[in-house]
Write a protein of this length. Structure first.
Length: 225
């Protein structure tokens, strides 16, 4: 049991470190932009799109997805393979996935700032059950197309991930461990959009392509070292 706990702990630590890689800030700096000091002040692909352009945002989106995928695959194949313990082993993946979201949203390399976990959380879900993303991605894109609210699309995709995996699990096509991740991960990401939800309800949310007013932009951060 002690060894199993250590393996689960290691899965969480590795997942957190994988998620904390500051891809948005690195890509932003490569384009001469400090994404933490502009737009929403977050390091995710949406803010990179607003501040550094489409190519930079695409690179960040891919890298952030990769962080989630890597976290889960390391847990599955290296840290705690299910074959080692068929009962406890499957829980290494959701622990790594949740930790990756935490790492992305609260990166130690960014003084515990970051993004909202959408792409990284989606990458973890993709590694666990690709069919979930096959449903969530197009259904998450639709609200963005029709309303141009990226946050609404992200929240919708999170809800679809959970609902679709619930169906898969109840029909015997996925595990309860994966379903637990879909619930916890989706809840974390939606909670990270609390300010977006407030603006959506107030009709004040920024649409895709709309620049934030200067006074609403995040204040510049002092340079480190």
């Amino acid at each position: 049991m002690l060894l199993a706990i250590l393996r689960l702990t290691l899965a969480g630590v590795i997942g957190y470190l994988a998620g904390s890689f500051p891809s948005g800030v690195i890509i932003g700096k490569a384009h001469g932009i400090n994404v933490l000091a502009q737009g929403s002040g977050h390091s995710g692909a949406t803010n990179v799109l607003r501040t550094a352009g489409r190519k930079a945002a695409a690179a960040v989106f891919i890298l952030d997805i990769t962080k989630g995928v890597i976290a889960v695959l390391l847990a599955r194949y290296l840290i705690f393979p299910t074959s080692v313990d068929p009962v406890i082993g499957p829980w290494a993946e959701p622990i790594a996935g949740v930790a990756a979201i935490l790492g992305h949203n609260f990166s130690p390399f960014l003084h515990f700032r970051g993004g909202r976990g959408v792409a990284t959380g989606g990458g973890a879900a993709l590694a666990m059950n690709p069919l979930v993303i096959a449903f969530a991605f197009p259904l998450g894109i639709l609200p963005i197309i029709f309303t141009r609210y990226v946050s609404l699309g992200s929240i919708t995709a999170c809800a679809v991930c959970f609902v679709s995996d619930l169906i898969f699990t109840l029909t015997g096509h996925d595990s309860w461990a994966h379903l637990a991740y879909m619930f916890v991960g989706a809840s974390m990401i939606i909670a990270a959009h609390h300010d977006n939800i407030q603006r959506l309800l107030a009709g004040a949310e920024r649409k895709l392509g709309q620049k934030p007013p200067i006074e609403a932009q995040a204040p510049a951060q002092p340079k480190q070292g």
